[in-house]
Design a protein around this ligand. Structure first.
Ligand code: RFL
Ligand code: PHB
Length: 393
């Protein structure tokens, strides 16, 4: 088999790239190792930036998002027993964010791809990419128990943090910058109405907590827990009690979350990682295959979308002008945005979580920073601009 653009991975970045290329009349093949229902059910991101929503709409994937997505104009920061709202549109040039789960984005893109797009194979596990620095790179994969090859003009690795495409960049060319954190998140889904109409990010001496949502009936909640925590050690009641303790408000001692049946529970480690460059020869890396952020800034999915927007434009430019100029600057263009999002995610994470080794001094610095955001429009605007997404390059 052969194609113009071979895409490894059918997560949000691979599926969105395939859709953008299809709309531009460029053919592609998507190879995804998992089955369709696994990819559609994987619980992950919840927040879409304005630019991500705009591209989904213009790509023809915005209909259900416009019906079911929840528009949010701000977030609440809770610290030291107090609540402070950060208003996005007034601080960030009218931009806002949408609550629309990654599971739903993926379902919408898969349905479109199968109905109108090029081939999308599930259960197709890629082993390696050969000849990254040649004119015809070849993807080797297994499908239906048989070893197969896909010959491409270009290959894009959209295969996430544990993917294989990164290995196509030789070790002497590749540098990975990494940071781990001394805590994880325990995440739950609950059949309980969200307690508030916007997300609440809480700093507390007991650790970070986040109240998010999936719909007016379903809450998504997170608690900072030690690395290596077994979710089985956290009964539903213990989770709700701990959440209530971390969100406690001095001015409203009766404030409680609305409780309901917990339908999913899992522990997620946190990591920051960037691999440079995001391109070698005719192989490009996009999304989590090239970079990971801790989820506190809600940036991962949006960065993945930003990468493939830049890449799809570069392929269109090549097709209409014959120039590889935009493909040649892809890595530098994306890395500028990636490092900004890395910094913001690191900032949100380290400002809101309690490091098990942190001193009283460190806690005072965090509270002082949160107070600065609450009292200075400049500090609040810095948060709002980054959270809602900096304009695309
Ligand atoms: P994905 O989603 O990991 O998809 C990669 C796909 O590649 C497939 N694959 C292979 N296929 C073929 N052959 C191989 N050898 C393969 N190896 C892997 C995999 O099966 C998979 O389908 O990467 P992609 O597309 O780059 O998308 C990135 C996003 O998934 C990720 O950044 C976000 O989920 C991060 N994230 C969040 N991002 C946000 O923007 N806003 C949020 O609110 C947000 N919350 C989150 C998050 C991530 C979380 N977790 C679990 C890490 C909350 C959480 C809890
Ligand atoms: C989510 O709803 O899953 C979510 C929201 C905001 C974050 C991370 C995750 O920062």
């Amino acid at each position: 088999m052969r194609t113009t653009v071979g895409i490894i991975g059918g997560g949000p970045s691979g599926l969105l790239l395939a859709r953008l290329l299809h709309n531009a009349g460029i053919d592609s093949v998507v190879l995804e190792s998992r089955d369709r229902s696994y990819v559609e059910q994987r619980q992950r991101a919840g927040i879409l930036e304005q630019a991500t929503v705009d591209v989904l709409r213009s790509a023809g994937a915005g209909a259900r998002l416009d019906r079911e997505g929840l528009v949010h104009d701000g977030i609440e920061l809770r610290y030291d027993g107090r609540a402070h709202r950060v208003d996005f549109p007034s601080l960030a040039d009218g931009r806002r964010v949408w609550v629309y789960a990654q599971t739903e984005v993926v379902k919408d893109l898969i349905a479109l791809q199968l109905a109108e797009g090029g081939p999308l194979f599930f259960g197709a596990e890629v082993q390696a990419v050969d000849g990254a620095d040649t004119e015809r790179p070849v993807i080797r994969y297994t499908h239906d128990g048989r070893e197969q090859t896909l010959t491409c003009d270009y290959v894009v690795g959209c295969d996430g943090f544990h993917g294989v495409a990164r290995n196509a960049v030789p070790e002497h060319v590749r540098t990975t910058y990494e940071r781990t954190y001394p805590y994880s998140w325990l995440g739950i889904l609950a059949e309980a109405p969200p307690v508030h109409d916007e997300l609440i990010y809480a700093h507390s001496e007991r650790g970070f907590a986040l109240a998010s949502m999936r719909s007016p009936q379903v809450s998504r909640l997170y608690l900072q827990v030690p690395n290596g925590t077994d979710p089985a050690d956290w009964s539903d009641e213990r989770i709700w009690d701990e959440l209530d303790a971390r969100f406690a408000l001095d001015a409203d001692p009766e404030w409680r979350l609305k409780r309901g049946p917990v339908t999913a529970k899992s522990v997620l480690p946190m990591r920051s990682s960037v691999t440079e460059p995001m391109r070698y020869g005719r192989v490009f890396l996009a999304g989590d295959a090239a970079h990971i952020v801790p989820p506190t800034g809600a940036k991962g999915l949006n960065l993945a979308a930003a990468d493939v927007i830049v890449l799809a434009r570069a392929f269109e430019h090549l097709r209409s002008t014959g120039s590889t100029e935009q493909l040649d600057t892809y890595s530098d263009t994306c890395l500028r945005r990636v490092w900004r999002a890395e910094h913001f995610s690191y900032f949100m994470t380290t400002t809101l979580h309690t490091d098990p080794e942190q001193s009283g001094f460190d806690t005072r610095l965090q509270l002082s920073q949160l107070d600065r955001i609450a009292t200075s429009p400049h500090a609040a605007a810095e948060l709002a601009e980054n959270y809602t997404g900096l304009p695309l390059a």
